[in-house]
Design a protein. Structure first.
Length: 116
């Protein structure tokens, strides 16, 4: 707990030993910070997505591809998490380079918003 008003929870990111995603909670808000994460089963501790699902805001810091992971599947999964956050009135900040899969993600989220 920080300063008695903010709780901080480290969640396994499945990326490397000691790597984590973070959830910052106050009495009224939940902010998720998603760092480099991996769904590969060879990592020592699997990623825990469920702890970030109810965040009011989600900060994404890394989107990348591995040979056995579908970028299309990643775009759909991230887009769904973004849409869930936006539907609850939350915000999503994604500081990423404007290349590759990010355009697919923007397109999927945009169409989902139009169809909502």
């Amino acid at each position: 707990e920080l300063e008695g008003s903010v709780s901080v929870l480290a969640c396994p990111s499945g990326y490397s030993i000691g790597s984590a995603n973070w959830l910052f909670k106050t009495e009224y808000e939940r902010v998720g910070y998603m760092a480099s994460s991996s769904v590969r089963s060879t990592h020592s501790r699997p990623v825990e997505w469920e702890k970030l699902q109810d965040a009011d805001a989600l900060i994404l810091t890394s989107l990348s591809r591995t040979p056995d992971f579908s970028s299309e599947g990643a775009v759909i999964e991230v887009a769904q998490t973004v849409m869930d956050t936006l539907k609850r009135g939350g915000n999503v900040l994604m500081p990423v380079n404007p290349v590759g899969s990010i355009y697919d993600l923007i397109d999927v989220v945009s169409r989902s918003i139009d169809n909502a």
